[in-house]
Structures are given as C-alpha cells and as structure tokens.
Design a protein around this ligand. Structure first.
Ligand code: SF4
Length: 611
C-alpha cells in the first residue's frame, strides 16, 4: 500500500473496502501475464462483492493463463474526496495499480442508476471518457451485465458491450485482444474483429439518426457489422465454471453468505419483469452437482449461511431433494439454508418447517398487485387463495411477520386495484388472527410499493409510465386506506423511478445528459443520501432533452426502438401478443407446463419453440 493511502484510510468510513488482500483473491506476477483486466463494479465494495456475476467472471478470467483480472469498486464519497485531494487515481485492489495501467477495463452493470458511477470511475481513473478519445488498444472499455440489453445511454463511453452470459464470450474476447496486442493491430481493426464474436455489440459501428422531435429515424449499420446481436447463453450450466473458492470479504457485505445458483431463467413470464425474459430459457443445475458445490463453498468460506439463488428458486424442479440433502449437511453444523424469491403458490409446510430448523428467516412475498384482475394482467399467476393459504401455513408455523411487495402504476391499474392492496393486507391480518400459533407477539405486515418502470424486452416495453404526481396520488390513496395498526407501509421515491425509466428505455442522446449530470456532481444515485434530482433536471434542461419523451409518452408498436439491434431470443411478436393478453387480463401458463412460443428455446442446441 502506498504512503498516501496509508495516511488517508484511517479518516474514511470502512477502510477495509479499499485495501484488498482478502482470503481467496487472485494475485499473479505482473511480468508473467500479457493481459491485465481491471474489472470494475460501479457501486460500493459491499454490493459488488455480493454480485454473483462478478465473482463468476473474476474466476473465469483468472483461470486463463497469462491473464490477470483485478477488482475495482466505486469509492464512497468520503474516499473519493480524499483520493482527489491526495492525487490518488482509481486503482485495482489486488495490485494497487491505477486502472489507467490496464489493457482492458471491464464493467458489470446491473442497474441503470449506476451509469453515473461508470463515468465517475473512468474519470477518477484518468481514463478519457469518450470511446472516441481512446485511440489505442490499451484502456479498452467494455461492459456487460443485466441491464446492458439496452446499452445505448452508455454508447459514447464504452467501446463494446457483451450481451448475455459472459462465461464463454469473455475468454473469446480476451484471446482476440491478446492476438491483437501481439500483432500490433489498431483499435479499429480490433473492434471490426471483436464484433464478429456472437453477443458482442460495438456501438460505433451503428449510426443512430434522429428526427427533429428526438424520434429515432434510422439505425445505419456499418459494413462488416452484424445487423442484429443475439445474446449469448450457457447451454449447460452443469459444465459452466462455478467459483466455490471465491474471495472471502474482510468486512460485512450485503449478501454475507455462500450463494448457490440453482438455475438461470424463470418459468413464469411476469409481464413487467425484464429478467424473466432476458434470462430465458430456463436452465437448471443438477441437484447432485449443487450439493457438491455447496459443501465446497461452505468449507472454503467458513460461512454459516447459504442461499439457493435464482430468479424463482421455489420453481427449481428438484427443490425438495436439494433442500433435503443440504439440510442433512447444514443442520448438524448449524449452517442456515435460505431461499429467496419464494412464490406464494408452491410453498409447502414441510419445506418451511425444514428451513427454520437452524434460523428462521423472514417471509417475503411479491403479489405485485392487489386484485386478481390486475395480477392476471401482469401474468403474476398467483391467486388470493394461494397467498392466504401460504400465509396461514406460515403463521401456524410460528411466523409473525411478513413482507409484501407491490407495484403502483402498472398498465391498466385503476383505483380499485390500488385499494385492492389494502383489502388483501387486511385479509392477511385476518388470516393471522385465525391461524397464528402464538398471538401474544402480535403481527407485523410490512408493505412496500414500487413505482412501475417499463423495461425493454418485456411485453410492457411500449407502455407509458404514469407521472410522478399520479404515482404519489395513488400512494396517498393506499396509505389512507391501509389498516395502520399492524402495517408498516413504505413506498419508493417517484423521482428515482422516473429517472430509471428514462435510462432504461433511453437512447444515445442520453450520453450527453449523463456527462452533464456527472459534471454537476451526480454519482451514487442509488443511494438516497447522494441522489440529486434537481442536478439531473438541470442536466436534462442543459441538453434540451425532455425526460417525458421516454416515460409518459410511451412508445408506439412499430416505432424504431433504441435497443432494436439487440435480441434476447424472445420475439417481438410474442411480446406484442402478451401485451394484448394483458389488456384482456388473460394469463399465459408457465413455460414448464406449456411452451408459449416466445422463441427463447431456439437458443438451445436442438431447442424448439411452438412459435
Ligand atoms: S417470477 Fe415473475 S417477477 Fe419473479 S423472476 Fe420470474 S418472471 Fe420475474
């Protein structure tokens, strides 16, 4: 550690964020590698170290001979200030070297509200911000991650994007880069070759033409670039690398436990959920392999908790078998097993009782809407009876609190649907009264509502977002009708969700707004204490861009969409059919029961869809 760092670290919050040296980190000899990658996560250490994608790709890159991948996280504001004052550029944790020394600078980006952190990290690393200003092969910036299906707002700053799953694509890219470096290619020559790797999108090879009203008129594809970029997927998760010997953090992180990824994809198809479409098709790992990986990960890390993660773990086909086998290992060792993302329709009493043997974790459900009509419109295939039945099981099993997540502003929502949330909450309270095994402790029902954000690649990708004022009116209506005594009601801030909607469906013109926002001090936007909405509004004004263009306007079906060059394998025709069904409150069966013909199965070798 250099002297300047030693001097400033005692004066910042959580210095352990900035020193590296954890058990399990990869350190290589600089002289023995020919490619160094600074792998950046555009948020804090605690969030980045909880990110499974980052852990997997760190292992994938470091498994390659001659490649050294190191971690870089966004500094908290106090550390950023100290770094600037002391002239310390952004550096990688393993070597302490500035990111400007690296060949490649990779970002994994999971959330639109971290875009300003991407720009800020490049600045702190003294990396020229615009892709066009970085002339040579070194400091090549690329990005992937869950929200990079529409990467257009970052198109000015990133040289190329990885669309889809990175385990196979990343080594292909890195090997091409090493060849380019060995043979002295120009940056342009490299970009013209890397765009031929399936899943790679080079934005500079696509010219976006806008009309006077900001409408996207045309996307001109340069010679040699693919017309469409199809996402990459791992065909068989059992053969994919899973890092059981991952880094053990020195400080408490957000998900401070071992994490076992049981499957990718979700069988459901809730119509608002981007991940539910972009991660298709469903690919489970086998229970035997998962048990082996669980034991290895727990023994390496010494964790006392393990979670079975996926988008919808209770839909994992062999959950009882896996949970049973894992409990045989975990219970005598006092290791708790947790399942996030439970659905109210397939939650068995037996499984619940097994899971609470070591530690009773919270009970969380996301009915998303208060009436059956709206739950059908969004294809949340869960009924009120199922929700109440599950709560009855939980209350009789000793739970006395439940968290419920809903959305406000969903397409077709009326005041009746809003009030339906309060009704459902009251029915849950009645269920507690009738079923609780211990009434003395009372019940707490935590209700949270989020502001619906229409996302690309979903059946609601064309929908309008209601205005923040209307959203706040609906939250007040709900609050006024919520049975207050035993309910804690929280709602998401409207401004943040409006901005998220702008960036989610944004086009390239937003690059200027992002830059302007960063110039005005915006970063760490996902953190309440730093989110500065008025600075964002000034940035939009300064760039003469109206945020409503991306929110309350909605998009026409048939309109050229900024993300049209990219395909996640799900057809636009399917999304349009699903949208019509939403308006008719018709549901679509889960794709294990019946293939709905979305197209994603065709991404599998030999896979077929009933399209
Ligand atoms: S169950 Fe619905 S909300 Fe949850 S991941 Fe699947 S599609 Fe998305």
């Amino acid at each position: 550690m250099n002297n300047k760092l030693e001097r400033i670290l005692p004066n910042v919050q959580k210095p352990a964020r900035y020193v590296g040296g954890e058990y399990g980190q990869t350190v290589k000899d600089k002289a023995s590698v020919d490619l160094r990658v600074a792998f950046c996560f555009p948020d804090t250490y605690e969030i980045g170290m909880s990110n499974l994608g980052m852990r997997i790709l760190y292992a994938v890159m470091n498994q390659m001979d001659g490649v050294w991948c190191e971690r870089v996280f966004a500094p908290w504001a106090d550390m950023e200030e100290a770094m600037i004052q002391n002239d310390i550029p952004l550096y990688a944790l393993e070597s302490g070297d500035p990111i400007s020394d690296f060949d490649m600078i990779a970002f994994t980006i999971g959330y639109e509200m971290s875009y300003t952190n991407v720009l800020n990290m490049l600045r702190l690393g003294n990396i020229p911000l615009h892709a066009s200003e970085r002339k040579g092969l070194s400091q090549m910036v690329f990005a992937g991650g869950a929200c990079m299906y529409n990467p257009e707002p970052l198109a000015d700053f990133v040289d190329f994007f990885c669309i889809g799953e990175g385990e196979e694509m990343t080594p292909e890219i890195l090997n091409l880069y090493r060849k380019a470096k060995r043979e002295g290619w120009t940056k342009d020559a490299f970009l013209c070759e890397v765009c031929k790797i399936e899943g790679v999108y080079v934005p500079s090879l696509y010219e976006h033409i806008y009309g006077d009203q900001g409408e996207l008129l045309e996307i001109r594809v340069k010679e040699g670039a693919p017309k469409q970029i199809r996402k990459r997927i791992i065909q068989n998760l059992d053969t994919a690398l899973y890092p059981t010997e991952g880094i053990v953090p020195n400080l408490e992180i957000v998900h401070d436990r071992s994490n076992l990824e049981v499957m990718r994809g979700c069988i459901r198809g809730c119509r608002f959920c981007q991940a539910g479409f972009t991660y298709r098709p469903v690919r489970p790992r086998s229970p035997k392999l998962l048990q082996k990986q669980a034991v290895e990960a727990l023994e390496f890390s010494g964790c006392h908790e393990i979670t079975l993660s996926s988008l919808s773990t209770s839909d994992y086909y062999a959950l009882e078998e896996l949970a049973g086998g894992m409990l045989d290992y975990c219970t005598p060792r006092k290791i708790s097993l947790s399942l996030p993302s439970l659905r109210a329709d397939n939650f068995s009493r037996e499984l619940m009782l097994k899971l609470q043997q070591v530690k009773k974790s919270g009970l969380t459900f996301a009915p998303e809407a208060g009436t059956q009509r709206l739950r059908d419109a969004i294809n949340k295939n869960v009924t009120e009876e199922e929700i109440l039945h599950t709560c009855a099981i939980a209350f009789s099993g000793g739970w006395n609190s439940v968290k419920l997540y809903f959305m406000l502003g969903l397409p077709t929502e009326t005041d009746e649907d809003v009030l339906g949330i309060a009704d459902l909450v009251y029915k849950i309270y009645q269920t507690w009264r009738e079923n609780a095994s211990n009434k003395k402790r009372g019940v707490r029902i935590h209700v949270a509502t989020a502001f619906f954000v229409p996302k690309p690649f979903t059946p609601f990708q064309w929908e309008k977002q209601i205005t923040p004022e209307e959203y706040l009116r609906r939250t007040k209506l709900l609050k006024a009708n919520m049975p207050a005594k035993f309910v804690e009601y929280k709602y998401h801030e409207a401004d943040l969700s409006r901005l998220e909607a702008v960036l989610a469906r944004g086009d390239r013109r937003l690059g200027a707004v992002l830059e302007e926002a960063v110039n005005r001090g915006c970063r760490l936007d996902a953190w309440d204490e730093y989110f500065n909405y008025s600075a964002w509004c000034e940035a939009f004004d300064c760039c003469k861009i109206d945020p409503d263009h991306y929110t309350v306007r909605g998009f026409e079906e048939g309109e050229l969409l900024p993300w049209q060059t990219i395909s996640d394998g799900v057809s636009t025709a399917f999304l349009s059919r699903e949208r019509k069904k939403a308006y008719a409150s018709e549901t679509t069966a889960d794709c294990r029961s019946q293939c709905a013909g979305c197209g994603a199965n065709c991404l599998l070798e030999g896979g077929k869809c009933n399209a």
